[in-house]
Design a protein around this ligand. Structure first.
Ligand code: NAD
Ligand code: ZN
Length: 360
Protein backbone atom coordinates (compact mmCIF):
# COMPACT_ATOMS: atom_id res chain seq x y z
CA UNK A 1 0.00 0.00 0.00
CA UNK A 2 1.37 3.36 -1.00
CA UNK A 3 -0.31 6.52 0.26
CA UNK A 4 -0.86 9.58 -1.89
CA UNK A 5 1.73 12.30 -1.42
CA UNK A 6 -0.51 15.21 -2.23
CA UNK A 7 0.61 18.72 -3.24
CA UNK A 8 -1.36 21.63 -1.79
CA UNK A 9 -2.02 25.20 -2.76
CA UNK A 10 1.13 26.94 -1.47
CA UNK A 11 -0.39 30.19 -0.26
CA UNK A 12 -3.89 31.27 0.59
CA UNK A 13 -5.59 34.50 1.62
CA UNK A 14 -9.13 34.51 3.01
CA UNK A 15 -11.34 37.48 3.74
CA UNK A 16 -13.89 39.93 2.40
CA UNK A 17 -12.03 42.53 0.32
CA UNK A 18 -8.83 40.47 0.20
CA UNK A 19 -8.95 40.75 -3.61
CA UNK A 20 -7.37 44.19 -3.10
CA UNK A 21 -4.15 42.50 -1.94
CA UNK A 22 -3.55 41.01 -5.38
CA UNK A 23 -1.12 43.76 -6.45
CA UNK A 24 1.06 43.28 -3.37
CA UNK A 25 0.99 39.52 -3.80
CA UNK A 26 2.07 39.66 -7.44
CA UNK A 27 4.76 42.33 -7.07
CA UNK A 28 7.63 39.99 -6.10
CA UNK A 29 6.51 37.44 -8.70
CA UNK A 30 7.10 39.64 -11.75
CA UNK A 31 9.99 38.12 -13.70
CA UNK A 32 10.69 41.32 -15.67
CA UNK A 33 8.84 44.08 -17.49
CA UNK A 34 8.44 42.02 -20.67
CA UNK A 35 6.97 39.02 -18.85
CA UNK A 36 3.32 39.94 -18.29
CA UNK A 37 0.74 38.78 -15.86
CA UNK A 38 -2.07 37.33 -17.94
CA UNK A 39 -5.52 37.54 -16.39
CA UNK A 40 -8.15 35.09 -17.54
CA UNK A 41 -11.41 36.62 -16.39
CA UNK A 42 -14.98 35.34 -16.75
CA UNK A 43 -16.64 37.53 -19.37
CA UNK A 44 -19.63 37.98 -17.07
CA UNK A 45 -17.37 40.68 -15.55
CA UNK A 46 -16.52 42.37 -18.85
CA UNK A 47 -18.31 45.59 -17.90
CA UNK A 48 -17.96 45.21 -14.16
CA UNK A 49 -15.91 48.14 -12.89
CA UNK A 50 -16.10 46.94 -9.31
CA UNK A 51 -13.95 43.97 -10.35
CA UNK A 52 -11.97 45.30 -13.31
CA UNK A 53 -10.77 48.52 -11.71
CA UNK A 54 -9.15 46.43 -8.98
CA UNK A 55 -7.06 44.30 -11.36
CA UNK A 56 -3.55 45.74 -10.94
CA UNK A 57 -2.41 46.00 -14.58
CA UNK A 58 1.16 47.20 -15.27
CA UNK A 59 3.68 47.03 -18.14
CA UNK A 60 2.45 44.46 -20.67
CA UNK A 61 -0.15 42.76 -18.44
CA UNK A 62 -3.38 41.84 -20.17
CA UNK A 63 -6.89 40.73 -19.39
CA UNK A 64 -8.40 38.04 -21.61
CA UNK A 65 -12.13 37.68 -21.04
CA UNK A 66 -13.36 34.14 -21.48
CA UNK A 67 -16.87 32.77 -21.64
CA UNK A 68 -18.04 30.27 -19.06
CA UNK A 69 -21.08 29.32 -21.16
CA UNK A 70 -19.41 26.05 -22.03
CA UNK A 71 -17.03 23.92 -20.03
CA UNK A 72 -13.35 24.25 -20.95
CA UNK A 73 -12.02 22.34 -23.94
CA UNK A 74 -8.50 21.19 -24.68
CA UNK A 75 -8.64 23.11 -27.98
CA UNK A 76 -9.51 26.30 -26.06
CA UNK A 77 -6.46 25.82 -23.85
CA UNK A 78 -4.25 25.29 -26.90
CA UNK A 79 -5.60 28.44 -28.55
CA UNK A 80 -4.98 30.55 -25.45
CA UNK A 81 -1.45 29.20 -25.09
CA UNK A 82 -0.71 29.94 -28.73
CA UNK A 83 -2.04 33.47 -28.41
CA UNK A 84 0.08 34.16 -25.33
CA UNK A 85 3.23 32.76 -26.95
CA UNK A 86 2.69 34.76 -30.15
CA UNK A 87 1.78 38.01 -28.40
CA UNK A 88 4.74 38.23 -26.04
CA UNK A 89 8.49 37.94 -26.37
CA UNK A 90 8.77 36.09 -23.06
CA UNK A 91 6.74 33.61 -21.08
CA UNK A 92 4.32 35.28 -18.66
CA UNK A 93 5.25 36.01 -15.06
CA UNK A 94 1.98 34.44 -14.05
CA UNK A 95 -1.53 33.38 -15.04
CA UNK A 96 -4.38 34.63 -12.86
CA UNK A 97 -7.81 33.03 -13.19
CA UNK A 98 -10.80 35.04 -11.93
CA UNK A 99 -14.12 33.23 -12.18
CA UNK A 100 -15.82 29.93 -11.44
CA UNK A 101 -14.59 26.39 -11.99
CA UNK A 102 -14.55 26.93 -15.75
CA UNK A 103 -12.10 29.83 -15.65
CA UNK A 104 -10.05 28.40 -12.79
CA UNK A 105 -9.56 25.18 -14.74
CA UNK A 106 -8.57 27.12 -17.86
CA UNK A 107 -6.01 29.11 -15.87
CA UNK A 108 -4.48 25.95 -14.44
CA UNK A 109 -4.32 24.23 -17.81
CA UNK A 110 -2.86 27.24 -19.63
CA UNK A 111 -0.14 27.62 -17.00
CA UNK A 112 0.83 23.96 -17.52
CA UNK A 113 0.79 24.04 -21.32
CA UNK A 114 3.00 27.14 -21.43
CA UNK A 115 5.92 25.11 -20.10
CA UNK A 116 5.11 21.65 -21.43
CA UNK A 117 5.31 20.72 -25.14
CA UNK A 118 2.45 19.38 -27.21
CA UNK A 119 -1.28 19.85 -26.80
CA UNK A 120 -3.56 19.89 -23.79
CA UNK A 121 -5.15 16.56 -24.78
CA UNK A 122 -1.74 14.85 -24.38
CA UNK A 123 -1.88 15.53 -20.63
CA UNK A 124 -5.41 14.35 -19.84
CA UNK A 125 -4.87 11.61 -17.33
CA UNK A 126 -2.73 11.08 -14.27
CA UNK A 127 0.80 12.41 -13.75
CA UNK A 128 1.67 13.05 -17.39
CA UNK A 129 2.99 16.58 -16.81
CA UNK A 130 6.78 16.66 -16.60
CA UNK A 131 7.72 20.32 -16.06
CA UNK A 132 6.44 22.77 -13.43
CA UNK A 133 3.76 25.16 -14.64
CA UNK A 134 3.99 28.95 -14.82
CA UNK A 135 3.15 30.61 -11.49
CA UNK A 136 -0.66 30.55 -11.31
CA UNK A 137 -3.21 32.20 -9.08
CA UNK A 138 -6.87 31.25 -8.59
CA UNK A 139 -9.53 33.70 -7.49
CA UNK A 140 -12.97 32.04 -7.31
CA UNK A 141 -16.07 34.18 -7.88
CA UNK A 142 -18.60 31.40 -7.21
CA UNK A 143 -18.34 28.64 -4.60
CA UNK A 144 -18.74 24.91 -4.77
CA UNK A 145 -16.53 23.06 -7.24
CA UNK A 146 -13.39 22.93 -5.12
CA UNK A 147 -11.44 23.69 -8.31
CA UNK A 148 -9.57 26.31 -6.27
CA UNK A 149 -7.97 23.60 -4.15
CA UNK A 150 -7.86 20.54 -6.38
CA UNK A 151 -5.01 18.77 -8.16
CA UNK A 152 -6.94 18.52 -11.40
CA UNK A 153 -8.22 20.66 -14.24
CA UNK A 154 -11.17 19.06 -15.97
CA UNK A 155 -11.14 19.41 -19.76
CA UNK A 156 -13.26 18.10 -22.60
CA UNK A 157 -10.96 16.81 -25.31
CA UNK A 158 -11.53 15.21 -28.70
CA UNK A 159 -11.74 11.74 -27.17
CA UNK A 160 -12.86 12.22 -23.60
CA UNK A 161 -13.66 14.43 -20.69
CA UNK A 162 -10.82 13.98 -18.25
CA UNK A 163 -8.70 16.09 -15.97
CA UNK A 164 -5.03 16.95 -16.11
CA UNK A 165 -4.20 15.45 -12.72
CA UNK A 166 -0.69 16.37 -11.72
CA UNK A 167 1.51 17.70 -8.96
CA UNK A 168 1.90 20.90 -11.00
CA UNK A 169 -1.83 21.55 -11.37
CA UNK A 170 -2.69 23.11 -7.95
CA UNK A 171 -2.54 26.88 -7.71
CA UNK A 172 0.54 28.53 -6.23
CA UNK A 173 -1.72 31.13 -4.68
CA UNK A 174 -5.44 31.34 -4.01
CA UNK A 175 -7.38 34.39 -2.94
CA UNK A 176 -10.66 33.53 -1.25
CA UNK A 177 -12.70 36.73 -1.16
CA UNK A 178 -16.33 35.74 -0.53
CA UNK A 179 -17.52 39.22 -1.49
CA UNK A 180 -16.71 38.36 -5.11
CA UNK A 181 -19.62 35.88 -5.07
CA UNK A 182 -22.28 38.43 -4.09
CA UNK A 183 -23.94 38.69 -7.53
CA UNK A 184 -24.12 35.01 -8.47
CA UNK A 185 -27.67 34.28 -9.75
CA UNK A 186 -29.70 32.15 -7.38
CA UNK A 187 -30.09 29.03 -9.52
CA UNK A 188 -26.38 28.99 -10.35
CA UNK A 189 -25.57 29.51 -6.66
CA UNK A 190 -27.63 26.41 -5.94
CA UNK A 191 -26.22 24.22 -8.72
CA UNK A 192 -22.58 25.00 -7.99
CA UNK A 193 -23.22 24.82 -4.24
CA UNK A 194 -24.74 21.38 -4.73
CA UNK A 195 -21.55 20.28 -6.47
CA UNK A 196 -19.92 20.76 -3.07
CA UNK A 197 -22.75 18.97 -1.27
CA UNK A 198 -22.47 16.04 -3.70
CA UNK A 199 -18.69 15.92 -3.24
CA UNK A 200 -19.32 15.43 0.48
CA UNK A 201 -21.96 12.73 0.01
CA UNK A 202 -19.86 10.79 -2.50
CA UNK A 203 -16.73 11.05 -0.40
CA UNK A 204 -18.39 10.23 2.93
CA UNK A 205 -20.25 7.24 1.45
CA UNK A 206 -17.38 5.85 -0.57
CA UNK A 207 -15.18 2.85 0.08
CA UNK A 208 -12.09 5.07 -0.17
CA UNK A 209 -13.11 7.00 2.92
CA UNK A 210 -10.44 7.61 5.54
CA UNK A 211 -10.07 9.93 8.53
CA UNK A 212 -8.43 12.64 6.44
CA UNK A 213 -11.28 12.82 3.90
CA UNK A 214 -13.92 12.31 6.54
CA UNK A 215 -12.78 15.24 8.66
CA UNK A 216 -13.04 17.64 5.70
CA UNK A 217 -16.17 16.00 4.28
CA UNK A 218 -18.10 16.18 7.53
CA UNK A 219 -17.24 19.84 7.98
CA UNK A 220 -18.31 20.70 4.44
CA UNK A 221 -21.51 18.68 4.84
CA UNK A 222 -22.37 20.51 8.06
CA UNK A 223 -21.70 23.89 6.41
CA UNK A 224 -23.95 22.95 3.46
CA UNK A 225 -26.76 22.02 5.81
CA UNK A 226 -26.44 25.35 7.58
CA UNK A 227 -26.35 27.31 4.32
CA UNK A 228 -29.03 25.47 2.38
CA UNK A 229 -31.46 24.34 5.09
CA UNK A 230 -31.25 26.72 8.05
CA UNK A 231 -32.40 30.31 8.26
CA UNK A 232 -30.08 32.02 10.71
CA UNK A 233 -27.24 33.15 8.43
CA UNK A 234 -26.89 36.62 6.91
CA UNK A 235 -26.13 36.74 3.18
CA UNK A 236 -22.50 37.58 3.98
CA UNK A 237 -22.15 34.74 6.47
CA UNK A 238 -23.62 32.33 3.97
CA UNK A 239 -21.17 33.51 1.29
CA UNK A 240 -18.21 33.13 3.66
CA UNK A 241 -19.31 29.68 4.72
CA UNK A 242 -20.03 28.39 1.23
CA UNK A 243 -16.55 29.43 0.15
CA UNK A 244 -15.09 27.39 3.00
CA UNK A 245 -17.45 24.49 2.32
CA UNK A 246 -16.17 24.38 -1.26
CA UNK A 247 -12.59 24.30 -0.01
CA UNK A 248 -13.32 21.53 2.48
CA UNK A 249 -15.31 19.51 -0.04
CA UNK A 250 -12.37 19.74 -2.44
CA UNK A 251 -9.97 18.65 0.30
CA UNK A 252 -12.23 15.74 1.13
CA UNK A 253 -12.29 14.32 -2.41
CA UNK A 254 -8.59 15.05 -2.85
CA UNK A 255 -7.87 12.17 -0.55
CA UNK A 256 -10.80 9.96 -1.57
CA UNK A 257 -12.85 10.14 -4.77
CA UNK A 258 -16.23 11.19 -6.11
CA UNK A 259 -18.84 8.60 -7.08
CA UNK A 260 -21.96 7.68 -9.03
CA UNK A 261 -23.34 11.20 -9.60
CA UNK A 262 -20.09 12.45 -11.06
CA UNK A 263 -19.62 9.40 -13.28
CA UNK A 264 -23.08 9.80 -14.82
CA UNK A 265 -22.83 13.57 -14.97
CA UNK A 266 -19.63 13.30 -17.03
CA UNK A 267 -21.64 11.26 -19.56
CA UNK A 268 -24.30 13.99 -19.81
CA UNK A 269 -21.65 16.62 -20.17
CA UNK A 270 -19.75 14.76 -22.86
CA UNK A 271 -22.78 14.04 -25.04
CA UNK A 272 -25.12 16.94 -24.31
CA UNK A 273 -22.78 19.62 -22.97
CA UNK A 274 -24.73 19.71 -19.70
CA UNK A 275 -22.72 21.81 -17.26
CA UNK A 276 -21.19 20.25 -14.19
CA UNK A 277 -23.29 21.80 -11.42
CA UNK A 278 -26.72 21.37 -12.98
CA UNK A 279 -25.74 17.99 -14.47
CA UNK A 280 -24.79 16.69 -11.04
CA UNK A 281 -28.14 17.86 -9.67
CA UNK A 282 -30.10 16.23 -12.51
CA UNK A 283 -28.31 12.94 -11.87
CA UNK A 284 -28.24 13.07 -8.08
CA UNK A 285 -32.00 13.60 -7.93
CA UNK A 286 -32.38 9.97 -9.15
CA UNK A 287 -29.74 8.29 -7.00
CA UNK A 288 -31.85 7.30 -3.99
CA UNK A 289 -30.72 3.67 -4.43
CA UNK A 290 -27.10 4.68 -3.97
CA UNK A 291 -27.23 7.64 -1.58
CA UNK A 292 -30.65 7.44 0.15
CA UNK A 293 -29.95 9.90 2.95
CA UNK A 294 -28.04 12.34 0.75
CA UNK A 295 -30.82 12.39 -1.86
CA UNK A 296 -33.43 12.96 0.84
CA UNK A 297 -31.56 16.03 2.13
CA UNK A 298 -30.93 17.22 -1.43
CA UNK A 299 -34.66 17.14 -2.20
CA UNK A 300 -35.34 19.19 0.94
CA UNK A 301 -32.82 21.76 -0.23
CA UNK A 302 -34.39 21.91 -3.69
CA UNK A 303 -37.80 22.43 -2.20
CA UNK A 304 -36.66 25.11 0.20
CA UNK A 305 -35.05 27.10 -2.60
CA UNK A 306 -37.79 26.38 -5.14
CA UNK A 307 -35.40 24.90 -7.65
CA UNK A 308 -36.99 23.26 -10.70
CA UNK A 309 -34.61 20.96 -12.53
CA UNK A 310 -34.96 20.44 -16.28
CA UNK A 311 -36.79 17.21 -17.07
CA UNK A 312 -36.64 14.82 -19.98
CA UNK A 313 -33.18 15.83 -21.18
CA UNK A 314 -32.59 12.27 -22.42
CA UNK A 315 -36.11 11.75 -23.78
CA UNK A 316 -35.21 12.13 -27.45
CA UNK A 317 -31.95 10.20 -27.37
CA UNK A 318 -31.24 7.14 -29.48
CA UNK A 319 -29.59 3.93 -28.36
CA UNK A 320 -26.16 4.80 -29.72
CA UNK A 321 -26.28 8.07 -27.77
CA UNK A 322 -27.09 6.27 -24.54
CA UNK A 323 -24.13 4.02 -25.36
CA UNK A 324 -21.80 7.01 -25.62
CA UNK A 325 -22.88 8.31 -22.21
CA UNK A 326 -22.62 4.87 -20.66
CA UNK A 327 -19.12 4.39 -22.10
CA UNK A 328 -17.97 7.71 -20.66
CA UNK A 329 -19.49 6.92 -17.26
CA UNK A 330 -18.06 3.40 -17.09
CA UNK A 331 -14.59 4.56 -18.12
CA UNK A 332 -14.29 6.41 -14.81
CA UNK A 333 -13.29 3.28 -12.93
CA UNK A 334 -11.95 4.84 -9.71
CA UNK A 335 -15.28 6.60 -9.20
CA UNK A 336 -17.19 3.30 -9.36
CA UNK A 337 -14.67 1.52 -7.24
CA UNK A 338 -15.03 4.21 -4.62
CA UNK A 339 -18.82 4.22 -4.80
CA UNK A 340 -19.51 0.47 -4.97
CA UNK A 341 -16.30 -1.33 -4.05
CA UNK A 342 -13.79 -3.48 -5.93
CA UNK A 343 -16.50 -5.79 -7.30
CA UNK A 344 -18.45 -2.95 -8.90
CA UNK A 345 -18.36 -4.45 -12.38
CA UNK A 346 -20.65 -7.25 -11.25
CA UNK A 347 -23.17 -4.73 -9.92
CA UNK A 348 -23.12 -1.79 -12.32
CA UNK A 349 -24.54 -2.99 -15.62
CA UNK A 350 -25.11 -1.01 -18.80
CA UNK A 351 -28.84 -1.68 -18.42
CA UNK A 352 -28.91 -0.07 -14.97
CA UNK A 353 -27.14 3.00 -16.24
CA UNK A 354 -29.41 3.27 -19.25
CA UNK A 355 -32.47 3.02 -17.01
CA UNK A 356 -31.08 5.84 -14.86
CA UNK A 357 -30.34 8.06 -17.85
CA UNK A 358 -33.84 7.40 -19.19
CA UNK A 359 -35.32 8.86 -16.00
CA UNK A 360 -33.47 12.15 -16.42
P1 NAD B 1 -18.79 28.19 -14.01
O1 NAD B 1 -17.40 28.67 -13.87
O2 NAD B 1 -19.11 27.35 -15.19
O3 NAD B 1 -19.77 29.43 -13.97
C1 NAD B 1 -21.17 29.23 -13.94
C2 NAD B 1 -21.90 30.52 -14.28
O4 NAD B 1 -21.78 31.45 -13.21
C3 NAD B 1 -21.31 31.20 -15.50
O5 NAD B 1 -22.37 31.70 -16.27
C4 NAD B 1 -20.49 32.31 -14.91
O6 NAD B 1 -20.34 33.40 -15.81
C5 NAD B 1 -21.31 32.69 -13.71
N1 NAD B 1 -20.60 33.39 -12.63
C6 NAD B 1 -19.45 33.02 -12.00
N2 NAD B 1 -19.16 33.89 -11.02
C7 NAD B 1 -20.14 34.83 -11.02
C8 NAD B 1 -20.39 35.98 -10.23
N3 NAD B 1 -19.59 36.32 -9.19
N4 NAD B 1 -21.47 36.73 -10.50
C9 NAD B 1 -22.32 36.37 -11.51
N5 NAD B 1 -22.14 35.27 -12.28
C10 NAD B 1 -21.05 34.52 -12.04
O7 NAD B 1 -19.31 27.42 -12.72
P2 NAD B 1 -18.73 26.38 -11.71
O8 NAD B 1 -19.87 25.56 -11.33
O9 NAD B 1 -17.94 27.08 -10.66
O10 NAD B 1 -17.68 25.54 -12.54
C11 NAD B 1 -18.02 24.43 -13.35
C12 NAD B 1 -16.76 23.92 -13.97
O11 NAD B 1 -15.85 23.50 -12.95
C13 NAD B 1 -16.94 22.73 -14.88
O12 NAD B 1 -16.23 22.95 -16.07
C14 NAD B 1 -16.36 21.57 -14.12
O13 NAD B 1 -15.80 20.57 -14.94
C15 NAD B 1 -15.29 22.25 -13.31
N6 NAD B 1 -14.92 21.55 -12.09
C16 NAD B 1 -13.61 21.43 -11.81
C17 NAD B 1 -13.18 20.79 -10.67
C18 NAD B 1 -11.73 20.67 -10.38
O14 NAD B 1 -11.37 20.09 -9.40
N7 NAD B 1 -10.87 21.19 -11.21
C19 NAD B 1 -14.12 20.28 -9.77
C20 NAD B 1 -15.47 20.42 -10.07
C21 NAD B 1 -15.87 21.08 -11.22
ZN1 ZN C 1 -17.94 18.09 -8.86
Amino acid sequence: MSYKNYPMVSRIVFGRGSFDQLGDILLPKRVNQRAPFVYLVDDVFQNNQWINSRIPLAYKDIIIFVSADEEPKTSQVDALVEKIILDFSELPSGIIGIGGGTVLDLAKAVSILLTNPGEAKDYQGWDLVKSPAIYHVGIPTISGTGAEVSRTTVLTGPDRKLGINSDYTPFDQVILDPELTKDVPKSQWFYTGMDCFIHCIESLNGTYLNAFSQSYGEKAFQLCQEIFLEDHLTKEEAEDKLMMASWHGGMSIAYSQVGVAHALSYGLSYLLGTKHGIGNCIVFNHLEDYYPEGVRVFKQMMEKHEIELPKGICAELEDHQFDIMIDVALSLEPLWENAIGSKWKAIITREKLKALYQKM
